[in-house]
Design a protein around this ligand. Sequence first.
Ligand code: NDP
Length: 342
Amino acid sequence: MTRVLLTGASGFIATHILDILLAHGHSVRLTVRSADKAEKLIAAHPEHKDQIDYVIVKDIAEAGAFDEAVKSDPPFEVVLHTASPFHFNVKDTKKDLLDPAINGTTGILKAIKKYAPTVKHVVVTSSFASIIHPKEGKWPGKVYSEADWNPTTIEEADSDPTTGYRASKTLAEKAAWKFLEEEKPNFTLSTINPPLVFGPVKPYMQALESINTSNERFCNFLNGKNKEKLPANSGFVWVDVRDVAAAHVAAFEKPEAAGKRFFVVEGSNFSNQQTADIILKHFPEYKDKLPATREENDGFDYLEGGLYTVDNSRSKEVLGLKYHSFEDCVVNTVKSLKELGL
Ligand code: NDP
């Protein structure tokens, strides 16, 4: 049993991490923005309620936000920091994205160093956003891996919401590694760097009106928004949320994960036509919500002319990940959205 602090526990990815932590017998403190969210999480795990406690951290961007959260008896050994804004409703890039991502990450590392010296390992949820070179576009022949860093700068962050989000993740992850190098704390660090994360939502935490950003596209397949024509593919590589969650837990349970970034990506490309085909095969009741005509090449036209590929070998070798297939991911995502009433 390990005493673990899980930040942003109400989030799409974190709710899956919590399931695995509890199943592995760990004792978990959640940080959430409201007691209501924590109570829902606890109520969803009645058989593990003695393993869970929580604290409210209303805004991770604030100085000292985590100072109290990291103090615990019994003390923490592990911190999983997932909290960070992932949305594109941006009015003020600094306030909405950069500050919570960067200050949230450096803030929790400072708090651990100062108030939780028993912590041995920290896992930060980073992103493919910190790896990709956006200006290179499809970059045929390129193989992305943990060796790559998005070269974006803070000055570019204001260009558009996507660049702002990518900058927030890149600069937050860079700040985390810099902290380790300069501050030489008692703990080691791993980062988990997924691309678009799809997969089942937890009906007790999500509502259709506020579905997490990466799963919004699935709602549009089921509610008829794509009926006339499928939208152009946005995003080419993906991973199942259950694999991302497993990666976070393996990253502290396996000592050899310390000091490493992990590009957690399934490895195959996906298309909107392929998604529609899988939905139709398993859930024919949505036939009228999907376009009657099919895209050529199953919607994989974007592969013409070449596209970068990805290397996920470290995640398999060190973390032991076995990735869910796209079909399994789509089926389980749709099942969970049906439970929400779609
Ligand atoms: P969610 O939006 O579902 O979760 C984000 C979590 O962060 C929520 O718990 C949210 O709280 C919390 N949060 C956000 N801003 C603040 C703030 N200012 N103060 C306190 N808490 C805050 O997104 P995901 O689960 O998808 O994302 C989790 C992590 O994974 C993020 O770091 C994201 O960047 C990263 N990621 C996600 C990918 C994806 O495709 N989903 C891909 C790659 C990385 P609340 O619930 O109250 O809003």
